[in-house]
Design a binder for this molecule. Structure first.
Ligand SMILES: C[S@@+](CC[C@H](N)C(=O)[O-])C[C@H]1O[C@@H](n2cnc3c(N)ncnc32)[C@H](O)[C@@H]1O
Length: 273
């Protein structure tokens, strides 16, 4: 019997997110450095990719588990941890909306940077993040913001305009960038709203070539952009999509022949009592 296809898993296994993650390493390290991670802390990284935040947390001495729905990224994360000799960092497959392989109250810090936002069933996601976090622990999410004018929100907006409409009942991942929606999800999971706080933060995408080459990486390796190009191709609109994204990447870059593009996100902190 064949397994029912999981479109969420297929989207992220389709490309090779490690190619994009390479451009995000410095921001991942800076974010982890801001979290007060150290020896003895149990950290869970949900939607961890190949370890942009999990590995720096382990390098600071934490015991880190990375969970991701994409088996290729789990393998890449484990290979990177092994390459760095980090015995305190491992990666396994799992779904942010059902972390049943993990016990209640297991982690001091649960991080999800542009990860859990892509899982279906956001109320289940909030419930699961809270369930696996110890009392006194903390959840930190990084979420792209709908209609934000910077890079990633715009890539996702433009990509979705060229993609077929989502199935009925689909909740946009971008709703995780709306403070009221995030509050509703975590309060439904039992967190008092005064324990949920928000700030704007920035990730910078650094690439050694021009912005057109970085766009090429998204076109070839980033699931949502790959799907948009496929759909646009089927409609004879591939050149329009390429032009629209090309303008976006060029306009956002401030670095001449190489690429350095900042992107704004919503940083969510949830303190558990
Ligand atoms: C934009 S990438 C970010 C990866 C990583 N956090 C980073 O900052 O480099 C999104 C990640 O979320 C993962 N993901 C998507 N849906 C997921 C789900 N339901 N459960 C766990 N991970 C998921 C993808 O496989 C991918 O690795």
């Amino acid at each position: 019997m064949t397994e029912t296809a999981n479109p969420n898993k297929a989207l992220w296994e389709k490309g090779d997110f490690t190619r994009i993650a390479e451009t995000m390493r410095e921001s991942g390290e800076a974010l982890v450095a801001s979290l007060g991670v150290g020896e003895g802390l149990d950290v869970l990284d949900v939607g961890c990719g190949d370890g942009t935040t999990a590995l720096p947390a382990a390098q600071l001495g934490a015991d880190v588990l990375g969970v991701d729905i994409a088996s290729n990224l789990v393998a890449a994360g484990n290979a990177r941890a092994q390459g760095l000799g980090l015995g305190n960092c491992r990666f396994q497959e799992g779904d942010a909306s059902d972390l049943s392989a993990l016990e209640d109250d297991s982690f001091d810090l649960v991080v999800s940077i542009f990860g859990a936002m892509f899982a279906p069933r956001p109320f289940e996601v909030a419930k699961e993040l809270v369930r696996v976090t110890r009392p006194g622990g903390r959840i930190v999410m990084g979420n792209w913001i709908p209609n934000d004018p910077t890079l990633v929100a715009q890539i996702l907006k433009i990509s979705s305009a060229y993609s077929p409409p989502p199935p009925e009942g689909f909740v946009s991942p971008m709703t995780w960038g709306v403070e009221d929606d995030v509050t509703e999800r975590f309060t439904a999971a039992g967190v008092p709203d005064e324990n949920i706080s928000f700030e704007r933060d920035t990730y910078t995408f650094n690439y050694p070539g021009p912005p057109s080459e970085l766009l090429g990486e998204f076109k070839s390796y980033y699931g949502p952009t790959m799907n948009a190009f496929e759909a646009a191709g089927a409609d004879g609109r591939e050149a329009d999509l390429e032009a629209e994204l090309g303008t976006l990447f060029d306009e956002q870059n401030s670095n001449g022949d190489t690429t350095s593009i900042p992107a704004t996100f919503l940083r969510v902190s949830v303190n558990l009592i």
